[in-house]
Design a protein around this ligand. Structure first.
Ligand code: CA
Length: 234
């Protein structure tokens, strides 16, 4: 059980039923919660600092994507989008406009709370300067953008670094090849999914003890990749 968890969360959602359920679940976990029914209300509340924003894609006065972009102009607060559009394209678009995660309606409030906690942990970790895994076997220096294997510096290309950092930042989360293309090349880049395989292959040669049985970057067949290193305690 976490203690002292008092992060503040803004829910932007015009369906009162949904926002009240989500509010109840989050408050039960000790979060401070505010609700905005419209984008206009949300923009008014954004003068305050929030630790995370849950944002519905379909609002009466503005599209959630647009509001997300406005939020992004002034802040890197984690944003979780609520969407009724379940197409893969919309999902990636959701990530391309700066949302950190998305949940498709109808969703379980428990699942959403788990995602909220994951994003809060992640945003806290990003502020850390050094990520370390498997008892120091792999270290990622986020300030100098350097990677060390068993203490030795490894030279990665900028694309390899972006892919590794994104995977390692959320151990266990499965990334599709399409998501990794977006992360590696930016939303507008018409990359080929298979180029990601080549980057991952090169990465494995550099960071794995045995690239044929990788312990850090595992293949999720038919989908993509996930990071399976164990983060070290501080
Ligand atoms: Ca709505």
């Amino acid at each position: 059980m976490d203690t002292g968890q008092k992060e503040s969360i803004l829910i932007v959602e015009d369906e009162g039923k949904i926002s009240e359920i989500v509010r109840a679940y989050l408050e039960k976990e000790g979060f401070r919660v505010k609700v905005a029914d419209t984008a206009e209300q949300a923009l008014g509340l954004l003068k305050e600092m929030f630790d995370l924003i849950i944002l519905d894609l379909m609002l009466p006065d503005m599209q959630g994507e647009e509001l997300c972009q406005v939020i992004r102009e002034g802040s890197d607060v984690p944003v979780i989008m609520l969407t009724a559009k379940s197409g893969e394209e919309e999902r990636i678009r959701g990530l391309g406009i700066g949302a950190d995660d998305y949940v498709v309606k109808p969703f379980s409030p428990r699942e959403l709370v788990a995602r909220v906690k994951a994003q809060l942990r992640r945003s806290g970790r990003v502020k850390k300067k050094l990520l370390s895994y498997n008892g120091g076997e792999l270290k990622i220096d986020l300030i100098n953008r350097e990677v060390f294997r068993e203490g030795g510096l490894i030279v990665l290309t900028p694309t390899e670094f972006k892919i590794l950092m994104s995977l390692a930042d959320q151990p266990g989360r499965v990334f599709s090849r399409e998501q990794l293309v977006t992360i590696a090349q930016g939303y507008d880049f018409e990359g080929y999914d298979r180029t990601i395989d080549a980057h991952v292959k090169n990465l494995r040669h550099k960071i794995e003890k045995d690239s044929r049985s990788p312990e850090f970057i595992r293949t999720v067949y038919g989908i993509g990749y996930k990071f399976t290193g164990t983060p070290d305690e501080d």
